[in-house]
Design a protein around this ligand. Structure first.
Ligand SMILES: Nc1ncnc2c1ncn2[C@@H]1O[C@H](COP(=O)(O)OP(=O)(O)OP(=O)(O)O)[C@@H](O)[C@H]1O
Ligand SMILES: [Mg+2]
Length: 243
């Protein structure tokens, strides 16, 4: 059976510095995968290579059996790949609900009647309620709290109706209660059929979320296993967990 997402032997360098070195990773449809690793280990670079913000030097990104390595980010989004950014990137001049119009009108075009403002607005409202942000629909990003900004970032990603959602530290800087709020939303999205790769440093969240964990160190995967095995792995403990 073809894997849902296949990262095949991916290498990425920046001016001679190797950020990713022969990375191989398979993600199954419906899976919840945690991606961990020290600062600078290549997690965001890997996400950028999958989502199309960066082109791989060598190797392939295969999604549902087809190579997407040469596609632009918006084309990858149309195939069903969405990501959130480590630093939320809303359109600051637009309200919360207007922020969703962009992915709805450009990515989902054809699936909903983008010329019908009411149907776009309905869809946006439905997405905002999935991330519990419907009561803030007319606010501007500058007026949102940290957790609300993270929810907007998630809403913008799921507006494109992804099959695969990659979250880059969607909980950074949040209090534990807020971390759990975001986790509950991610678990609900996964139950609704979205495959999720979660990059996170908050180990409590990684453990609650992940069915499998991959640990990157200096651009290489050093462990890819069940959560309890990754936590017990001596190399992971030395490189990342600090013991
Ligand atoms: N566009 C770029 N140009 C040059 N170097 C880069 C670029 N993007 C990333 N790097 C370098 O590649 C390495 C991996 O960075 P990356 O952002 O992927 O790490 P990360 O695992 O996401 O770290 P963090 O946990 O701090 O977010 C770092 O040494 C970083 O400085
Ligand atoms: Mg990063």
């Amino acid at each position: 059976m073809t894997a849902f997402l296949n990262v095949q032997d991916v290498t990425k360098t920046f001016f001679g510095f190797t950020a990713l070195s022969n990375v191989n990773l398979n993600v199954a449809s419906g899976e919840r995968l945690g991606l961990i690793g020290p600062n600078g280990s290549g997690k965001t670079t890997l996400i950028n290579c999958i989502s199309g913000a960066l082109e791989v030097d060598t190797g392939q990104i295969v999604f549902e059996g087809s190579s997407i390595s040469k596609l632009a980010p918006h084309q990858r989004a149309k195939t069903g790949v969405a990501r959130t950014f480590q630093i939320p990137q809303p359109f600051h001049s637009m309200s919360v609900v207007e922020n969703l119009m962009v992915p709805l009108e450009y990515i989902v075009h054809g699936l909903i009647d983008a010329s019908n403002e009411e149907s776009v607005y309905c869809e946006a409202s439905e997405i905002l309620s999935r991330v519990r942000l419907d009561d803030r629909r007319h606010a501007h990003p500058g007026d949102l709290s940290q957790v609300e900004l993270r929810k907007l970032e998630l809403a913008r990603a799921i507006a494109a109706r992804p099959k695969l959602l990659i979250c880059d530290e969607a909980m950074a800087g949040l209090a534990m209660k807020e971390v759990n709020e975001i986790l509950d939303i991610l678990l609900e999205l996964n139950s609704a059929g979205i495959t999720i790769v979660m990059i996170e440093h908050i180990m409590q969240a990684v453990m609650r979320f992940s069915q499998r964990i991959v640990c990157l160190t200096a651009g290489r995967i050093i462990c890819d296993d069940l959560p309890e095995n990754v936590m017990a792995n001596p190399e992971v403990r030395r490189a990342y967990l600090g013991s």
